[in-house]
Write a protein that binds this ligand. Structure first.
Ligand code: ZN
Length: 76
């Protein structure tokens, strides 16, 4: 089971865009549910961790540097 190593203020890119067109979300809360804020329109959502893990396409640290993803098969 792939597990995201999420840290507060990390950035995740989801597989589907928000209706505003934004793909990137800032992690604002960690727990059983993950709090995310759309970086384009500031909309906030709470999603179960499993849902976030399923929908995450790319993962970045707070500075926007890519983090290794357990889902990527070509990581060197
Ligand atoms: Zn948005």
């Amino acid at each position: 089971m792939a597990r995201l190593d999420l840290v507060l203020d990390d950035i995740v890119q989801l597989r589907k865009p928000h209706p505003c067109g934004g793909y990137r979300w800032r992690v604002t809360r960690l727990g059983a549910d993950i709090g995310l804020r759309c970086m384009t329109c500031e909309h906030k959502v709470m999603l179960p961790r499993a849902t976030v893990e399923q929908r995450t396409k790319a993962h970045f640290d707070p500075e926007g540097q890519p983090k290794p993803s357990p889902n990527s098969e070509n990581a060197s």
